[in-house]
Design a binder for this molecule. Sequence first.
Ligand SMILES: Nc1ncnc2c1ncn2[C@@H]1O[C@H](COP(=O)(O)OP(=O)(O)O)[C@@H](O)[C@H]1O
Ligand SMILES: O=P(O)(O)OC[C@H]1O[C@](O)(COP(=O)(O)O)[C@@H](O)[C@@H]1O
Ligand SMILES: [Mg+2]
Length: 518
Amino acid sequence: MIGNINLKNGSKITSQKDPCCFGVPGCNPRCVRYNKKSRTCRLVTRAISVDRPQLDFSNSDWKKQFQEDFDRRFSLPHLKDVIDVEPRPTTFSLKSRTPLENVNGSMQGSWNGYVNDDDRALLKVIKFASPTSAGADCIDPDCSWVEQWVHRAGPRKQIYFEPQYVKAGIVTCGGLCPGLNDVIRQIVLTLEKYGVKNIVGIQHGFRGFFEDHLAEVPLNRQVVQNINLAGGSFLGVSRGGANISDIARRLDMLFVLGGNGTHAGANLIHEECRKRKLKVSIVGVPKTIDNDILLMDKTFGFDTAVEAAQRAINSAYIEAHSAFHGIGLVKLMGRSSGFITMHASLSSGQVDICLIPEVPFTLDGPNGVLQHLEHLIETKGFALICVAEGAGQEHLQQSNATDASGNMILGDIGVHLHQKIKAHFKEIGVHSDVKYIDPTYMVRAVRANASDAILCTVLGQNAVHGAFAGFSGITTGICNTHNVYLPISEVIKSTRFVDPNSRMWHRCLTSTGQPDFH
Ligand SMILES: Nc1ncnc2c1ncn2[C@@H]1O[C@H](COP(=O)(O)OP(=O)(O)O)[C@@H](O)[C@H]1O
Ligand SMILES: O=P(O)(O)OC[C@H]1O[C@](O)(COP(=O)(O)O)[C@@H](O)[C@@H]1O
Ligand SMILES: [Mg+2]
């Protein structure tokens, strides 16, 4: 085992190589923020282990060892691993007029609508020639090509549940995200297609499992038919803990829609079921506008949030452009990952300064943000800044307070920047007119756009196929445009961050024209 991390929140970093060197191989993936002044590190709250085998690259067998370890980690937990369960022919068929024939327990026919259990998709598709290539993600110093295959998502010919006896539950946790209702709807429609009659919604996240006044909501096609026309969650969401061990026994299938925290909870429920040898399938659907889930191209709701952010950025641009020495400042969500801010800035094309949590910046001094603003006002006459809520936390008072789910409560970088900019221009005797826009909840409380609605459809349907296929402790997402199942344990190992060495961040810098702020 290598890379086991033994750091506590706030622990002092003494070596020169601090563990928060984002994007640099060997850095601690749990480190979410490094405070240069106090030399302390904030870690993600969830326990992770980096359980790759210690590889000796001089040994010609290292690739084989790596791949064996990879296959072990990415194999999908299945009910038959712990209990005796017999498969039966699927009840899911789209050929309703010419049903497939069941010949000796296997479905015969010409329709090839099923996914084979041995189908795989490649997790990594670029062969980097050098570790210094932009965004390189190498295993060995030579960046050798190593195939990493993950399981393809979709309906199987064999299923492990009798639909008529199944009670399935759906729960939505964490913050809101455009598309939650689309996923709920697709799960219900697909369950019904298999023949499930007993489908319930759990209200307000994990709370719904243990707060008596939050009754189960019966779900069917009629109930969910139009819920995708509105944003939010039809079932309600919440943050905060739950008695995980009590959740397991009430359902046969549980679909858990949420981010990293929710998936950690879902995995605990799955492990509890396994320990008790219960025939319960727990399947996650990653939900977060922050797009901070490992291994996936993108999560649903992200595109919609980026699109919604355009209105705020455009308004800030108009205000800044129209004012004398106008400075537009927009703060967007992104607790520890700057994807929304980076993509919204790129998409707008008007942003001069994009600030994200992964790239520390200085405010004062010759290389600071304020100096660059002065330059923009002098040369362009106005400026536009887009900042992620988690950016520049090292400039703010740290409280160490957490929300009910254990997420750090951040200082308000938007308000801080607003004050600093105003004070700076006053101090140097240059007029400025700063307009601050904080559209935080407006970007996520909206209905999913068309592309997210399609993504939700795919994910919701695949979640149900995964449960019927007998998998548990899995989640579903897109890797390199292909739909896959991944063990939850792998996707919660860390938060996904913007790689400052990636082409996308470099594109953002090209677009804004901003210098290095340090
Ligand atoms: N490490 C964890 N283990 C178990 N449950 C967790 C963990 N982190 C968060 N949760 C639970 O998951 C739910 C959602 O978590 P939260 O962090 O608020 O949202 P998200 O899932 O979007 O990250 C909450 O009910 C919270 O208590
Ligand atoms: O005010 P709330 O509801 O806690 O939500 C704010 C959080 O929502 C997010 O956009 C997404 O968080 P989750 O994925 O945990 O729901 C964070 O970036 C942000 O800090
Ligand atoms: Mg979270």
